[in-house]
Design a protein around this ligand. Structure first.
Ligand SMILES: [Zn+2]
Length: 383
């Protein structure tokens, strides 16, 4: 996600904060500490303005830690099932753990999805218990009183977090739980995704209606816009999942070799960029050229790579200075599942992927060719 900053590394997972998260932080701080009508002012009218702000800031930080724990729970369970999680990003609408692979089984997905809301529920229970017990033994003027107030707020907000996430619309956690159950019963992941993602679209539509109702009937424009944004995010994510599953169904059982081209252009590492452009790219209307040492692939150079160097320097700049080294390219062989290669395209900017068998370049897989191949299979109804 662009616009996010790395703040920590926990269990080898990058923890990032998107700039939009600071908006949440500020909003929460204001809602809690506003001296003329904030939540804490209502609960403790005797507190000084300064005390309000300090307690609210601590609450906002602990809320951040709560959301992070929720995401870490997903990530750690995912890791036990060999689904590597590279990073967790907290943004405007909550957190996302970036899974690099789809879950291998219904059971794995169920446990992974339930871990987040489960953690929020436990944190919520602890908060409510502390505030309940503390409220009985600690007086309003005690130094420990803020603990009761903070625990009470975090208790309810964590329960709310668990409940919202368990709404059965994919890709919310509840939607994932629903998908894993349908998947477990029918042994058909595509059908399960279809049902859960349609659930996500329905939930998004209901949220939008609720948002409009809040804006109109409650005169709460802010709450309405907020609901609308969540609805939009959910709808887009659910539709993307449907699309992804549609593609996976269309190319089921197909390997890369069925779609790759064996005619490709290549240059040596020392070839100057000018020769690459006027000798290869322009005459062949190509978008990428493989960089070879004998038959061995050492890199890929694309039009985007050429834009990094000023045209006047093309005659004296060798290809190896701008190419993407082979070690940074997704590993695709002729027998790789086509769907795996499509997922690699999603995580890479390259217009083509080199196909390598035992270190030797055997072909190229073109993004556009793959797209038209999928359309062809779908149009003909080939399954
Ligand atoms: Zn979650």
């Amino acid at each position: 996600m662009p616009g996010s900053i790395l703040i920590a590394r926990i269990f080898g997972i990058d923890i990032r904060i998107h700039l939009s998260w600071f908006l949440i932080f500020g909003l929460l701080l204001f809602t809690l500490s506003d001296p003329s009508g904030g939540l804490f002012r209502m609960q403790r009218p005797q507190w000084s303005d300064q005390k309000l702000v300090i307690v609210a800031a601590i609450t906002a930080l602990l809320f951040f830690a709560s959301v992070l724990s929720h995401e870490l729970a997903h990530a750690l369970v995912a890791r036990t099932f060999r689904m590597p999680v590279s990073s967790i990003t907290l943004f405007l609408l909550g957190g996302v753990a970036n899974l690099r692979k789809e879950p291998p089984s219904a059971r794995a997905e169920f446990l992974m999805a339930a871990a987040g809301p489960g953690t929020s529920l436990v944190l919520g229970g602890i908060g409510i218990a502390i505030s309940g017990f503390g409220g009985d033994v600690v007086s309003d003027v005690s130094a420990l009183d803020p603990v009761v107030v903070v625990a009470n707020y975090l208790g309810y907000i964590n329960v709310a977090l668990a409940v919202f996430n368990m709404i059965p619309g994919f890709p919310l956690d509840g939607g994932r739980v629903l998908r894993s159950i349908v998947w477990g019963i029918t042994h058909d992941r595509a059908r399960a995704t279809g049902i859960a993602a349609r659930g996500g679209q329905v939930v998004a539509a209901l949220l939008l209606v609720y948002g409009i109702w809040r804006a109109v009937a409650d005169q709460d424009a802010f709450g309405g816009v907020w609901m609308g944004m969540i609805a939009y995010f959910l709808y887009t994510a659910a539709s993307n999942s449907l699309e992804q599953e549609r593609v996976a169904t269309a190319v089921r059982g197909v390997q890369v070799q069925a779609v790759m081209t064996q005619q490709f252009l290549s240059v040596r590492a020392r070839t100057p960029l000018a020769e690459l452009v006027y000798g290869q790219l322009v005459p062949h209307n190509a978008r990428a050229v493989a960089v070879l040492d004998g038959e061995r692939l050492i890199g890929l150079v694309t039009i985007a790579d050429l834009q990094k160097v000023d045209q006047s320097a093309w005659p004296q700049t060798p290809v190896e200075e701008v190419m993407t080294p082979a070690s940074h390219l997704p590993a695709v062989s002729s027998t790789t599942r086509l769907m795996t290669a499509i997922e690699s395209f999603a995580s890479s900017a390259a217009p083509v992927l080199p196909v390598v068998d035992n270190g030797a370049l055997v072909g190229m897989l073109d993004r556009d060719t793959v797209a038209s191949y999928i359309r062809m299979r779908e149009t003909l109804g080939i399954r």
